[in-house]
Design a protein around this ligand. Structure first.
Ligand SMILES: *[C@@H]1O[C@H](CO)[C@@H](O)[C@H](O)[C@H]1NC(C)=O
Ligand SMILES: *[C@@H]1O[C@H](CO)[C@@H](O)[C@H](O)[C@H]1NC(C)=O
Length: 281
């Protein structure tokens, strides 16, 4: 055999690239919803000129085609393109794109004719305005619970609470302003719990739900702490006792239409009865 210099070189070159090898620039890319993102699948070495390239999306329901027969299919249709040689470019990611994706390349003429790699894509979703619940009024010394819930955000939202625009620290003892407050704050669940409210806990409260993609806040709501009018209630009991004893002895005293002369108003949150107006005789 005649080994022409040029030909020998060619054989050497193809020997070196006999094995199909894939690599990626990023195994775990992320993007925000409605942005673009690249799922990189690079062919490091190959000798086959026209390899078969496929992408599959792997969810709990199993794998499904994303790119097959040189066409984007399934939910990514019109939202993705292939960038040579095998990179998948999603142009407008949605939350449902969060999944694992497998790049599979078949190179018939290579000795190792198949290689694949799996990419873990996360599409971050901004929190929406959280649903917040703040009791309007709580009797002094009673417990109170403020809640904040946001369920769109991905990764899952974490929570912060603010009082009169001041962030409430995780631990009241770390702040002069909150030092004597009895609350516990759970940043994972969004719950702010007071064991026993003080007058100083009165204020405007709002919550912020946040994650890597952004944050959102609910409007501030007033929480009021009121004193149960101990003297008023004691007098009310006395007056009621007086009228009922008058009735029993057959006297024609007119009992006020409103039984005990006190208006009670049920507050929305605690089921506590609030002393609205003082008694009328
Ligand atoms: C991306 O998709 C959303 C809905 O899925 C659409 O409202 C938005 O206009 C799209 N953005 C672009 C740049 O195509
Ligand atoms: C907390 O309460 C104690 C006892 O009532 C009081 O002496 C102290 O000044 C209070 N601290 C703050 C920061 O309000």
């Amino acid at each position: 055999y005649l080994c022409v210099k040029h030909r020998c070189n060619l054989i050497l070159t193809s020997m070196q690239h006999y094995y199909l090898v894939l690599r990626t620039s990023n195994y775990s890319p992320w993007t925000n919803e409605f942005d673009k993102v690249e799922l990189s699948c690079l062919i490091e070495s190959i000798s086959t000129t026209n390899p078969r390239i496929e992408w599959k999306k792997i969810t709990n329901d199993g794998p499904s085609y994303v790119y097959f027969g040189k066409k984007i299919s399934g939910g990514l249709e019109n939202r993705a393109v292939i960038r040579e040689p095998a990179t998948l470019l999603i142009t407008n990611a949605t939350r449902s794109d969060t999944a694992k994706y497998r790049c599979e390349v078949t190179a018939a003429d290579d000795q190792k004719s198949f290689d694949e790699l799996v990419i873990d894509l996360v599409v971050r979703v901004r929190p929406v305005v959280p649903k917040c619940s703040v009791p309007q009024s709580v009797p002094f010394g009673k417990s109170a619970e403020l809640s904040c819930v946001e369920e769109e955000g991905f990764p899952k939202s974490q929570y912060q609470w603010f009082k009169n625009r001041e962030e409430i620290p995780d631990d009241p003892k770390t702040s002069l302003m909150f030092f004597n407050s009895s609350y516990t704050l759970n940043a994972e669940t969004g719950t702010l719990k007071f064991i026993a409210v003080r007058k100083e806990d009165t204020g405007e409260y709002y919550c912020r739900a946040k994650n890597d993609a952004g944050y959102a806040e609910c409007p501030a709501q007033q929480m009021e702490v009121y004193d149960i009018n101990v003297v008023g209630i004691a007098l009310g009991v006395l007056v009621r006792g007086f009228f009922s004893s008058q009735k029993q002895t057959g006297n024609n005293y007119k009992v006020p239409a409103k039984g005990d002369g006190v208006d009670y108003v049920r507050t929305e949150d605690e089921g506590d009865f609030r002393h609205k107006s003082s008694f009328v005789i």
